[in-house]
Design a protein around this ligand. Structure first.
Ligand SMILES: C[S@@+](CC[C@H](N)C(=O)[O-])C[C@H]1O[C@@H](n2cnc3c(N)ncnc32)[C@H](O)[C@@H]1O
Length: 430
């Protein structure tokens, strides 16, 4: 226990919001006659043996089916004391009505969950992030890994965005907003990102918690390169900061290389490649909207998009065409989404990664490099490796692992929360 994944939970369905906060849970431990377990005070919930074990190892969630008493009359946002199966306190958390996580634990003692606690955690999260110079897009609060379970805060230059995994956490927003404002003197706006709703075809825009956002998004830097992002308007801001270290790692090896960037989104890898001397960069994405943003990002960095190629296509279809035309690349980058829907039907990383790796191998120049990554939490590192190897075997192309990438310093991973080690990324030579 503690080394593998726990079942992934944290549902995102909406529920009742608001509720009391800043209260210190606690109360008497009356014994029911004839029963060995103590009764619960109105602010306590009891959890079963299994959850007690996980909580004592630092895991911050109680799943709904692990609650063994005290669930009655609870409201989303209630601060509750968690009582283990042995009757001992296991800390304090916030009750949720939505999803499978019933309690997110904010502290391991029976103290309050209030503005002061949130402010201290936000300041500690800032202090543990020695960010690279010339980088203004970064994750400030990484949920469970910064002891603020269910809460993510991203800094996008002067705009900040807050995302909550459950409406039960909205009770913490005023304290969070004030702490962020105090610590980021240059902030001009703070967004609350809308929770994804599977019933909505399109992302809903977030709401402004404070300040005045710029009309057309903001410009941010990553290792000195410039990107235009649009925080708050949808889930897709336009830059995946968790790949920043990978992009930086590649920089010394790009000069003169022919680079193929698949699933390229707004072209962050392509901009890095072109800016560091790659000969030609071919940028492929299903969405012509993202490719237009990729071209804009090239221009923003003084790079001429006309000297490179942008292809609006399904990545597997593009790989087929490139192979038939005999095109070969020194570096192929494949960072696909977990799931997507395209002209070739459904893409699923667990079903299709092997096929993708095989197709990438077939356009790889001799001695070329393949960067393959997945952020799918449901795909274990072991299965990722197995699928990559299957693809290489299928293509008859032996590959060697040169580098295993990981998330940057602003995406810390608490050892007690294995769910946070989601990124698998290999740079292979073959
Ligand atoms: C997770 S993002 C990639 C992030 C990117 N590698 C980066 O770090 O900047 C996934 C991208 O894949 C694109 N996409 C999804 N399915 C695709 C497909 N079948 N072929 C090509 N692109 C696809 C989406 O439009 C989206 O831009």
């Amino acid at each position: 226990m503690g080394s593998g994944y726990r079942e992934r939970g944290g549902g995102r369905r909406s529920g009742r919001g608001g509720g009391p906060r800043g209260r210190r849970p606690g109360g008497s431990h009356r014994r029911r006659s004839g029963r060995p377990r103590p009764d619960l005070s109105p602010t306590q919930v009891r959890v079963n043996d299994y959850s007690t074990g996980w909580l004592s190892r630092g895991f911050p969630w109680v799943y709904r089916d692990e609650v063994d008493g005290g669930a009655e009359h609870r409201q989303a946002g209630d601060v509750v004391e968690i009582v283990g199966a042995d009757g001992r306190s296991r800390g304090t958390g916030i009750w949720a009505e939505d999803g499978r996580v019933a309690v997110r634990r904010f502290r391991a003692d029976p103290g309050p969950v209030d503005d002061a606690l949130v402010a201290a955690r936000v300041a500690a999260a800032r202090a543990r992030r020695p960010l690279p110079p010339d980088t203004t897009a970064w994750r400030w609060v990484h949920g469970e890994n910064d002891d603020l379970p269910g809460i993510r805060v991203d800094a996008w230059g002067t705009e900040l965005s807050v995302a909550l995994d459950s409406p039960s956490l909205e009770c913490l927003l005023p304290g969070l907003r004030d702490a962020l404002r105090r610590l980021h003197a240059d902030a001009t706006a703070i967004w609350l990102v809308a929770r994804p709703d599977p019933r909505d075809a399109e992302d809903r825009p977030g709401r402004i918690l404070w300040g005045e956002p710029a009309e057309d998004g903001v410009e941010v830097t990553e290792h000195g390169l410039r990107f235009r992002v649009r925080p708050g308007r949808s889930h897709d801001v336009g830059l995946y900061c968790d790949m920043r270290d990978l992009r930086a790692w590649l920089r010394p090896y790009l000069a003169g290389r022919r680079v193929l960037n698949l699933f390229a989104h707004t072209g962050a890898f392509s901009v890095h490649a072109a800016a560091h001397g790659a000969g030609e960069v071919v940028t492929v994405d299903l969405s012509s909207r993202y490719l237009a943003r990729a071209r804009d990002n090239f221009r923003l960095n003084g790079l001429d998009p006309e000297s490179h190629r942008f292809v609006a296509a399904d990545s597997l279809a593009a790989l087929d065409r490139l192979r038939r035309k005999g095109e070969r690349f020194d570096l192929v980058i494949a960072d696909p989404p977990s799931f997507s829907h395209g002209p070739r039907g459904e893409w699923s990383v667990t079903a299709d990664l092997g096929k993708l790796v095989a197709a990438c191998c077939r356009v790889l120049a001799p001695g070329g490099w393949l960067l393959v990554a997945s952020n799918h939490g449901g795909l274990s590192p072991r299965d990722f490796g197995r699928l990559v190897q299957q693809g290489a075997l299928k293509a008859g192309r032996p590959l060697r692992l040169l580098h295993e990438g990981s998330t940057p310093v602003d995406f810390p991973a608490a050892l007690s929360f294995p769910e946070s080690r989601y990124l698998k990324c290999w740079v292979l030579e073959g």
